[in-house]
Every structure is written in structure tokens, then in C-alpha cells.
Design a protein around this ligand. Structure first.
Ligand SMILES: [Zn+2]
Length: 683
């Protein structure tokens, strides 16, 4: 076993030593860092309640643990191997256990309170005061202020809620897996693309059956709904999907009783904490202030999107009637008719677009945007890496000072988890020796790697993903915060975290930007304007309908957690009534009355989005409105860029997001920019 001195996970002097870190280093490093962190926790319990005696040593110990574990978790995500996975899984519970202890430690809570009530508090920097307030808030929301009985009840509720959430997901998965449709008549497959048929054929063969097997998993379900000309087939698939884990299936997988129980427990927990509803609790650490404000926000969006959604729906009905022979458009026709209409209007292939986005040109274009807008320089640099695909860059300011560093790991690999994400390696802070610690980020994607000696070609969707994740990176790297807990994305309200990422995506739709970041892989020609115009039109296709759909989900979620009374509705019928009510108010194409969307709404019943689904639209409004400044002044406006950097990126979590937004925009957020960018403006 590695001695502490040569365990690379215990070296915090610089960048992670990725070339040397092995699975055998994990357990000894975690053991040592946990022992140190627990020692620091004990010392902090008894320390005088000052920043230097109480907060700083605890933060130092916690940071070392978080940084080392961050390396392990990162490798687990991008370079998984059986021994590493084993080391990760063996140590994860120990690390999680420590954070739980820390969050429930009553003596620490008492010390945080003593610090806030001390004369020293007023003399702390605004950032440090915010760190203290956030810590107190999190303790309070975890039940730290409750009496002994209430505390026990609160803990029991949290435990049961965790179990119910897990059961909700399991039921949904079991119900999804239980359905299969075996088709033996090839004529019924008309319209379904070859790759989807092939997959269905193989699925049937695997079970020794003839024909094609379709399931409710998205890669099988979606191609049928979008392309199958056989209406009865679409109906059968739609009905199975829309009634998953409901009373129409086996009782053991029915999620409706779980929903009733979850809502009741959430409200009970909220009342123990002194709030009227779970929605109020959910909003405490968010930017939105009250459930009423969120509902009003959503209804405002719905009102303004409605005329455009009505136009979308009318066009779709007309097209279905005249071109597809469908006189009564139903829920199971929507995806199919929409796909046909989209093809008829904006025919272009992703393949055609890809030829204009070779990797080197795209990355250069992405970095030039950041350089011009935010006044920085981005250059390749050297660092130990975990795989030969990885590149490393540094960001310097105009005077040449190092501001931040980041790794890119862009290609899909068997050892990497799916999706695209940004992660933090090192956060900016002022260390106790007075020096500034330079922040470091990981930018991970799953794009197709280069083949045949040509550069990798990215789809426009890939390019938007790059802008998005790079926006998260810039938020982390361009911060000027000096306290860990509010540095970069840390401490930023949950419904405002996506502001910089979605903001950056907007550049990927600017003609001036795309012209400069495209070059046909064979001819070197930039993206043709006519093709760009078609891409833009396709982007906004059915924007009104899709806006209403998102508002429907979000308003249902918010009203369910703010208004619905679980105590007078033990059978849970009120949930359906509320959903029907929201649909009557918002939806233009009403689903059939047997649609049980709620029993598969895992975001709010098994994920972290309860009374938070609105965040998607909320952050989109912020980012579009912020970008509005660049629409007015040009995509590369350096003055606006400097202001965005100073007022949004640099401040991170050191002040409320609403204040940061006002400081940048000069007013509160406005919906107009999002509507405009979605093509929803009155002609
Ligand atoms: Zn994001």
C-alpha cells in the first residue's frame, strides 16, 4: 500500500497527478482524509466561534477530502475499470456518511449561530456573511431547530420519502420493462427507420421469437411514435406508455398511492419546519421567492405563447387532414404528424450540417468568442491527463495573469458515462497563506471521435452542448470569489445555475459566430447562410406548443406542492383533478382522459425537481434576457461582455442571483427576449 507521502491523491500542491493515480490509492487516501476531517470537525465543535478558529480549519479539511474524492469520482465517470469501480463503491458510503454527519452536527450548528450572533459577524466580508447565512439555512432546512420529538419525526419522514422515491422509480422501470409489442407482419412497420427496425428485429431474435419486438424504452418507442404510418400501432404504444405504473396496470406497480403518500409526507415535513407548504420550503434556497410568483410567471409565459401555439396546432391539424388523411388529430398522432410536417418544411440532414463543423475550427471559434467577449486569452498547456483524448488549456487575463485552467475530454469511450457535463477539479479561493488558488474545471462530452484521418465532425447539437458546458466552466473559472462555499457555481441558487450555460448557447445561434467557426471539411467554405436560415426555422418549429407543454408540467408541479391538500384526498383522486384543471387552463391538444402522466413524472416524485420543474423555463428566461444585450449591441460587444463577467460570472454565489441579474441588466428579468429568440413575436 502506498505510504501517505507517495499517495498522489494526498498531494494538494498543484494539479491532480492523473498519470499516477491508481485504484490502490483510493482507500488509504479516503481513510486518512476522513480521519483528518473528523479531527477538524471535533476541533470545530469546541472552537471559539470566529472565522479563523472555527470556519477556516474545517473548510480546509473538507476541501482536501472533496478534492481527492472529486478526482476519484471523475476517474470513475470517465475512465471506469473494474478495480476502480470497486474502490469507488467501497468508499462512497464512507464519504457520504461523513457529509451527513457534518450536516446534522448540532454543536457545529450552535457554533455557526454563535458566529452569526457575535460582534465579529458585521465585520466579515459580504461573501463570508453569506457563507454563514447559507450554512444556517441548510441546517434549519435539515431540521436542526426542531425539538427532540419533531426531529425524530422529521428524520423518519425523510427516510420514508427516500424509500418512496426509490420505489417510484422501480415501479416505473418495472412497468416499462413489462411491456413489449411483438409484430410479425412486416407491413405494419411502414415508415419506421431501418436502424430502429434492426434493433427491434434483434430484440425479438434474442428471445428466439419471429418478427420485431418494440418496447417503451425511448430508442424503441420514439421511432414508432414519430415514423410509424400504422395508426393502430401508434395508439397501442402510446396507450401503454401513458398508463405506465398506473391503476390500469398491475397493482404492485401502481404509483398513484405512492404519489398521495409522498405529497402528504412532504407537506408534513414542511409544516414541521414552519412553512405552509412544501413549495415554500423548496423555494427557500432558490431565486424565485414565492409559489404565487412562480405560478404567475408560468401563466404569463402561457398567455404569451398561446397565440403561437394555436397557430402551431392549427397548422398541424390542417397538415394532418390534407396530407396524412387524419381528420381527428389525437395524442398518438402528434409526434408522427409533427415529424412529417417538419420534414416537409425544413428538409436538411444533420449529416449535411456536420461537414461544416470540424473539431479544430469549432474549438477555435468557441474560444475566440470567450476571448473577445470576456477579454481573456485561452491557450493549450501541459498537465498530467487520464487518457490520450484529453486536452488541457489555460485562461489568462489581458495582463498575462493565470485566471483558470481546464481539461477537455470530448469523445465517447466505453469507459466513460454518457452525456455531457462540467465538473470542478479545484475551486478558486484565497488560501490561509494569502495566495489565490487558481480554479480548474473538467469539460466532458460524448462526441464521435475522428475517423479515417479526418478531424472529428460535430453536429450543431454538439456545438450547442459545447457552448453550454463551456458556460458552466466559465462560471467556475472566471469567478473572483475568495471563499470556497460561494466560489463559482457554489452557493448559486439552483434555479439560476443554468444562466451562464444557457446564455453561452445563444452564441451558437448567432450568424456572426457560426460564420467564423465553420469551414466545410473538404472545401473550407463557411456555413451557407441559406442552410443556417433553415436550421433556425427548424429550431423554432412548434415553439409555442412546446412552451405550453413545459408550462403544463411546471404549473402542475408547483400547484401540487403549493395548493393541493393531501389530507382531504386520501384516495388521491384530487391529483388527477388538479392535472385536468391545469390541462384545461394551459394545454391546446388535450391528452385522452386515461392519460396518467403523473405516475411517470419521475422528475418530481423520484428526482430533485419537486416544486422546481419551473427552473428550466426560469433559467431560460434569465439567459435569453441577459443575451438580449448582445442582440442589441452585437454578439462580440466587449463592454457588455465585461459587465456580464463582472456582475454574473465573477460574483458566483457571493450575492443573490436576482441582485446579480439586476446589476447586469439594469432591471428585473423580462420574458420578451425568450419569446423573441423562440420566434414568438407578434408579426
Ligand atoms: Zn447545464
Amino acid at each position: 500500500l502506498a505510504e501517505p507521502n507517495d499517495n498522489p491523491l494526498l498531494d494538494f500542491s498543484g494539479l491532480p497527478r492523473f498519470a499516477e493515480i491508481g485504484p490502490e490509492h483510493v482507500a488509504p487516501a479516503v481513510a486518512r482524509l476522513l480521519a483528518q476531517a473528523r479531527g477538524a470537525m471535533r476541533a470545530a465543535e469546541a472552537a471559539p466561534p470566529t472565522w479563523d478558529d472555527f470556519v477556516a480549519p474545517l473548510e480546509d479539511a473538507n476541501e482536501r477530502l472533496a478534492r481527492a474524492w472529486g478526482c476519484v469520482a471523475h476517474l470513475h465517470a470517465v475512465m471506469d475499470s473494474p478495480p476502480l469501480r470497486e474502490a469507488y463503491n467501497a468508499n462512497l458510503p464512507k464519504v457520504t456518511q461523513y457529509w451527513t454527519e457534518l450536516g446534522q452536527n448540532e454543536r457545529l450548528y450552535a457554533n455557526w449561530r454563535a458566529l452569526r450572533d457575535s460582534p465579529q459577524f458585521a465585520g466579515l466580508s459580504a461573501a463570508r456573511r453569506r457563507v454563514v447565512e447559507n450554512a444556517l439555512r441548510d441546517f434549519r432546512l435539515a431540521g436542526a431547530e426542531l425539538g427532540p420529538d419533531a426531529k425524530r419525526r422529521f428524520a423518519a419522514i425523510q427516510e420514508e420519502l427516500a424509500r418512496l422515491a426509490a420505489k417510484f422509480s422501480e415501479n416505473l422501470l418495472d412497468a416499462t420493462n413489462a411491456f413489449a409489442l411483438l409484430i410479425e407482419d412486416e407491413a405494419r412497420l411502414a415508415g419506421i427507420p431501418e436502424d430502429a427496425r434492426q434493433a427491434a428485429r434483434e430484440a425479438a431474435q434474442k428471445e428466439g421469437k419471429p418478427g420485431w419486438k418494440f418496447t417503451l424504452h425511448m430508442p424503441s418507442y420514439l421511432p414508432v411514435m414519430q415514423h410509424a404510418g400504422d395508426r393502430a400501432l401508434r395508439y397501442e404504444m402510446y396507450r401503454a406508455n401513458a398508463t405506465r405504473a398506473s391503476e390500469f396496470g398491475p397493482a404492485e406497480w401502481d404509483n398513484s398511492p405512492l404519489i398521495a403518500r409522498i405529497l402528504r409526507l412532504r407537506r408534513e415535513a414542511a409544516r414541521l419546519l414552519g412553512y405552509a407548504s412544501y413549495a415554500e420550503v423548496s423555494l427557500v434556497p432558490k431565486m424565485a421567492r414565492t409559489p404565487a410568483q412562480v405560478s404567475e410567471f408560468l401563466r404569463d409565459l402561457a398567455r404569451r405563447a398561446r397565440p403561437f401555439a394555436e397557430r402551431d396546432a392549427a397548422e398541424l391539424r390542417e397538415f394532418a387532414r390534407t396530407s396524412l388523411g387524419i381528420a381527428d388529430l389525437q395524442a398518438w398522432d402528434i409526434a408522427y404528424a409533427s415529424e412529417k410536417l417538419r420534414e416537409a418544411r425544413y428538409a436538411f440532414s444533420d449529416q449535411e450540417v456536420k461537414q461544416y463543423f470540424p473539431e479544430p475550427k469549432v474549438l477555435e471559434g468557441l474560444f475566440r468568442v470567450a476571448e473577445r467577449v470576456f477579454g481573456v486569452c485561452i491557450r493549450p498547456a501541459q498537465a498530467p491527463v487520464w487518457n490520450e483524448d484529453v486536452r488541457f488549456y489555460e485562461i489568462r487575463d489581458r495582463a498575462g495573469a493565470l485566471v483558470g485552467q481546464f481539461y477537455t475530454d470530448l469523445y465517447a469511450r466505453e469507459t466513460k458515462r454518457g452525456g455531457a457535463w462540467m465538473d470542478e477539479a479545484i475551486a478558486r479561493r484565497r488560501r490561509r497563506d494569502g495566495a489565490i488558488q487558481v480554479p480548474v474545471a473538467y469539460l466532458n462530452c460524448n462526441f464521435a471521435r475522428p475517423v479515417g484521418g479526418r478531424p472529428a465532425l460535430f453536429s450543431h447539437e454538439d456545438v450547442l452542448t459545447l457552448f453550454h458546458e463551456f458556460g458552466h466552466c466559465l462560471h467556475h473559472l472566471l469567478t473572483r470569489a475568495e471563499e470556497l462555499a460561494v466560489s463559482g457555481l457554489a452557493g448559486v441558487e439552483w434555479d439560476a445555475v443554468e444562466l451562464p450555460s444557457q446564455f453561452m448557447e445563444n452564441f451558437g445561434w448567432e450568424w456572426e459566430v457560426l460564420r467564423a467557426m465553420t469551414a466545410h471539411v473538404d472545401t473550407g467554405e463557411p456555413l451557407p447562410r441559406a442552410l443556417f436560415d433553415r436550421m433556425l426555422a427548424a429550431k423554432n418549429f412548434q415553439a409555442g406548443l412546446s412552451m405550453l407543454r413545459q408550462v403544463e408540467y411546471a404549473l402542475f408541479d408547483m400547484r401540487l406542492h403549493a395548493e393541493y391538500d393531501p389530507d382531504t384526498d386520501s384516495a388521491g383522486a384530487g391529483v388527477q383533478r388538479l392535472l385536468d384543471e391545469v390541462r384545461r387552463e394551459v394545454a391546446l391538444i388535450r391528452p385522452p382522459e386515461w392519460n396518467r402522466f403523473q405516475t411517470s413524472f419521475a422528475h418530481i416524485f423520484a428526482g430533485g425537481y419537486a416544486a422546481g420543474y419551473y427552473s428550466y423555463k426560469w433559467a431560460e428566461v434569465l439567459s435569453a434576457d441577459a443575451f438580449g444585450v448582445f442582440e442589441e449591441r452585437g454578439a462580440f460587444d466587449a463592454e457588455a461582455g465585461a459587465r456580464f463577467r463582472d456582475e454574473i460570472l465573477a460574483v458566483g454565489g457571493t450575492r443573490p442571483a436576482a441582485e446579480s441579474f439586476r446589476a447586469f441588466r439594469g432591471r428585473d428579468p423580462d420574458l420578451q427576449a425568450l419569446l423573441r429568440r423562440s420566434g414568438m413575436v407578434a408579426a
